[in-house]
Design a protein around this ligand. Structure first.
Ligand code: SF4
Ligand code: ZN
Length: 328
């Protein structure tokens, strides 16, 4: 039990280790391995976790029989967990990964993902910044001073959407912690229009070039996903992107983790209350959120030029990129 706690604590902080050490027997005679909502043994935890994900898919009608699902994968715990579950329940899923070019990190998580997909017989498609845009994130950051996640998040969403063309839904590994962070980040920045795009299924307006995103792990805490991935022995690393710590998200994450420790249930309350507001937000912002198409690449854009092309244009000179190479 301590081993499990130590492994997961590496990824998400010491709180789980405390939970594990405090764990007691309940429900059955097996020792508890995790105590987030209640102390649970391994098999009851796995059953509880999977039934919560299945209930989310059912309640929010995230997947229908006609859907062709692609899973946005990083090789980390969250996306591997949802890749495993959707493949187990629905079959015929494809993994789509983006290689941003982050030495010492993405090459390792992609190695884990290739191994996992190979063992599970899941097709894997990998797109890279280098091939698509002409530069890796590492090269871009050596030339320009910009917060890594700002540029990376934009380019990543762009490639995921264009790489998912032909599929009807993109499943992502966003968990309850991620969603609580995104809600608060948008509130703090005064971006209610962006908050309206959140929820178990993303988007405010429909566009034939925009592939809807679904979040089946929406009601699972990050520590629960970490425990699930560990107990299921997915053979992945629990490491974090070296740039994550300098992002605004990291500040909000630390803030919410502190609040959660003082007041357990904070993240859950943020998400539940947000879901009550969401229908009104979507209605309010659907009218003003129109999607046009980028004058350069033809992908969905809210203005004449999409954000990816705008970044690429501004980087082109300093990186001596000749042209925007679309290679999906
Ligand atoms: Fe990109 Fe930031 Fe995510 Fe790292 S943490 S992969 S830089 S968006
Ligand atoms: Zn564009």
């Amino acid at each position: 039990m301590t081993f499990l706690g130590n492994q997961i604590a590496v990824a998400i902080g010491p709180v789980v280790l405390d939970d594990v050490e405090r764990s007691i027997k309940k429900r059955c005679s097996e020792p508890a391995v995790i105590s987030v909502r209640q102390p649970l043994c391994k098999s009851h935890f796995i059953r509880d976790f999977e039934s919560r994900v299945a209930a989310t898919i059912k309640k929010y009608k995230l997947i229908s029989k006609k859907d062709r699902i692609v899973v946005a994968c990083s090789g980390g715990k969250d996306s591997t967990a949802i890749l495993y579950l959707l493949n187990k329940w629905f079959g015929n899923v494809t993994a789509l990964a983006i290689d941003e070019g982050i030495p010492g990190y993405r090459n390792l998580t992609l190695e884990d993902l290739r191994n996992f997909c190979g063992r599970s017989d899941i097709p894997l498609k990998v797109l890279s910044y280098k091939k698509a845009f002409g530069f890796s994130l590492h090269e871009a950051l050596r030339k320009v001073t910009v917060l890594p996640c700002n540029i990376c998040g934009t380019l990543r969403r762009y490639l995921l959407n264009s790489g998912a063309r032909g599929f009807t839904k993109i499943a992502t590994g966003h968990n309850l912690d991620d969603e609580a962070q995104s809600i608060m980040m948008n509130f703090f920045k005064g971006n209610l229009g962006l908050a309206a795009r959140l929820g178990p299924i993303s988007g405010v307006v429909e566009d034939e070039k925009f592939v809807p995103r679904i979040k089946p792990l929406y009601f699972c805490y990050e520590k629960e996903v970490a425990a699930y991935a560990f107990l299921k022995k997915f053979g992945i690393r629990f490491n974090e992107c070296p740039h994550a710590s300098v992002s605004f998200r990291a500040s909000v994450r630390d803030f919410l983790n502190g609040l959660e420790q003082e007041q357990p249930g904070t993240k859950q309350n943020i998400v539940s209350n947000f879901l009550r507001l969401l229908p009104k937000l979507k209605k309010r912002y659907a009218a003003s959120a129109s999607i046009s198409h980028c004058s350069t690449c033809g992908e969905p854009a809210s203005n004449g030029l999409c954000k990816a092309c705008s970044y690429v244009n501004s980087l082109r000179e300093s990186l001596q990129v000749k042209s925007f190479r679309k290679s999906f």
